[in-house]
Design a protein around this ligand. Structure first.
Ligand SMILES: [Zn+2]
Length: 182
C-alpha cells in the first residue's frame, strides 16, 4: 500500500534545516528548478552493486529493473546497478563530503542534488553501468548498454531524467534512469 505523502511544508522545513547544517544558503532550495522527492517506503533488495554494497529500489521499480536487466542479458547486454535508493540523510552526507573536499556549491549542484531533491530518494531511480565502461561518466553513452537502453528502457517504464541540454541545469547523465508509473 502506498504511504501517504509527507506534507510539503514539513519536508521543506527538513530541507532548510539540512542546508543550515551544511552551511548552504536557503535560496538554493527556495529558488529551486527541481521538485521535492520523497523517500520511498516500500523498498526491496535488488542485489549488490559492483562495490558489494546492498542496493534497494521501490517494489514496482525493482520488478521493472529485474525484468529489464533479464531482457538485456538475452540480447548479450550486461546492465549493472551502480546506485539505486539513497536516503535523505545519505544525500546530505554526500554533499557534506564534497563541501569538505573544497568543492563549491555550484560545482556540486552540477552533478548532485540537494537532500530532498534527489530522485534516488524515491527508490525509483537507478544509476546503470556496464562492465566495459567506467561508472558514472559520459563514456557510458558509447556503450552497447546505453544503445540498448535508448531503444528498450521505455518498454519497462524507465526514462532518462537528464538528457543533454536538460532544463534542470544538471549535466548530461546517460546512466541515470527513472521508473515512471506504468
Ligand atoms: Zn543517479
Amino acid at each position: 500500500m502506498p504511504a501517504s505523502p509527507q506534507p510539503s511544508a514539513e519536508y521543506e522545513a527538513r530541507i532548510l534545516q539540512a542546508l543550515q547544517e551544511l552551511g548552504i544558503p536557503a535560496s538554493y532550495a527556495t529558488n529551486r528548478r527541481q521538485s521535492f522527492q520523497f523517500e520511498g517506503t516500500d523498498l526491496v533488495f535488488i542485489g549488490l552493486d559492483m562495490a558489494g554494497r546492498e542496493q534497494r529500489l521501490e517494489r514496482h521499480a525493482a520488478t521493472q529493473w529485474q525484468a529489464m536487466r533479464a531482457a538485456a542479458e538475452i540480447a548479450s547486454v550486461a546492465l549493472a546497478a551502480i546506485s539505486a535508493f539513497r536516503s535523505f540523510d545519505y544525500q546530505k552526507q554526500i554533499i557534506a563530503r564534497k563541501l569538505a573536499a573544497g568543492q563549491s556549491i555550484e560545482q556540486i549542484l552540477r552533478v548532485s542534488a540537494l537532500p530532498g531533491f534527489s530522485e534516488h530518494h524515491t527508490g525509483r531511480a537507478i544509476d546503470i553501468g556496464t562492465p566495459s565502461s567506467p561508472p558514472l561518466t559520459e563514456a557510458f553513452e558509447q556503450t552497447a548498454a546505453y544503445a540498448w537502453l535508448s531503444r528498450h528502457a521505455q518498454d519497462f517504464g524507465f526514462t532518462l531524467t537528464y538528457p543533454r541540454g536538460n532544463p534542470h541545469g544538471v549535466c548530461f547523465e546517460p546512466w541515470h534512469w527513472f521508473c515512471r508509473e506504468t
